[in-house]
Design a protein around this ligand. Structure first.
Ligand code: COA
Length: 280
């Protein structure tokens, strides 16, 4: 699987700063700042290619997704605001009927990100609205700048969310808060998003990249095999009963005792050494 190469999605490979790890973190930047990084078909296609590449490439240990910063404004023009992603591209909705919508939204990039087995982080600086909020919710962890704003304004277009907010947002922030966001269409601040559990961390925009990459590096220096197991078992909590989830955890916990990385992790601890993961 080749590295995706697209005008609307820039890819940066960041080496994991660890002498024992030969791999990298991918920083993928959605690059349509003049349209507040809105998700048009080209972006969605590129994100799907990105997911296939991330999943198949053994060197990739963690994916961070962000939105491009605004370009300098033309003379006399108002600068565009900062955005992670301001939603699905509304211009593409013109003239669409239910059949076209089913085709467009089936098997979409937000689901591809959600389905990734490797760790994912949304790095949010600015508007995360509609599909942008949903894209963030499909990542494992969300880090936002203080100037970010979150919302599900589809109600103002006579719509409901279509990339999973009615379900994934409900799992993150609960039934009542999701209803309020979806039915009012109002935006909330980064601080409120933090208070209700929509984001994991908020920091000043000047520190956002450093903070996020530090977190990504911490995760990327763990065993990929163990990370994938952790994500799969925690994800099961969303769909299973408590008893079934506990049974799954017990099974997967036991299985890890047959893995090379469990042996290595315990050896390294006992010998006061640093683990050298096999990722298996
Ligand atoms: N789809 C398509 N284009 C979008 C967009 C979207 N979701 N969000 C913003 N844009 C475009 C605007 O049309 C504008 O393009 P133009 O300069 O070529 O006219 C550009 O991005 C800048 O946006 P603008 O509205 O001028 O910025 P603003 O600072 O006045 O307002 C927002 C910012 C985010 C409040 C406003 O753009 C907005 O409400 N966007 C739509 C959000 C939404 O409903 N998302 C859910 C979609 S389902």
């Amino acid at each position: 699987m080749d590295e995706p190469n697209s005008r609307v999605l820039s890819i940066e490979k960041i080496s994991v700063n660890d002498p024992y790890i030969d791999g990298y973190i991918i920083l993928a930047t959605i690059n349509r700042p003049n349209k507040l990084n809105a998700l048009n078909s080209a972006v969605m296609d590129s994100l799907k290619s990105l997911c296939a590449w991330v999943e198949s490439n053994q060197m990739i240990r963690c994916l961070v997704i962000t939105g491009a910063q605004p370009m300098p404004a033309d003379e006399g023009k108002r600068p565009k605001p900062n955005a992670f992603v301001a939603g699905a591209d509304i211009a593409e909705f013109v003239g669409m009927d239910s059949r076209a919508t089913r085709d467009k939204f089936a098997d979409n990039a937000v689901e591809a990100i959600w389905s990734l087995t490797k760790p994912t982080i949304a790095m949010i600086d600015g508007f995360a609205l509609g599909g942008g909020c949903e894209l963030a919710c499909s990542c494992d962890i969300r880090v936002a700048s203080t100037r970010s704003k979150f919302g599900t304004p589809e109600i103002n277009l006579g719509l409901i969310p279509g990339y999973g907010a009615t379900q994934r947002l409900t799992k993150l922030i609960g039934y009542g808060k999701t209803l309020e966001m979806v039915m009012s269409g109002e935006m909330i601040s980064a601080q409120e998003a933090l208070n209700i559990g929509l984001v994991n961390h908020v920091c000043e925009h000047d520190n956002l990249r450093e903070f996020t990459m530090e977190l990504a590096t911490k995760i990327a220096t763990k065993s990929v095999h163990t990370l994938i197991t952790a994500k799969r078992v925690i994800r099961a909590a969303l769909n299973s009963t408590l008893d079934a989830g506990i049974a799954l955890e017990a099974e997967e916990f036991a299985n890890l005792f047959d893995s090379k990385d469990q042996q290595e992790g315990v050896r390294a601890f006992m010998e006061r050494d640093k683990p050298k993961w096999h990722d298996e």
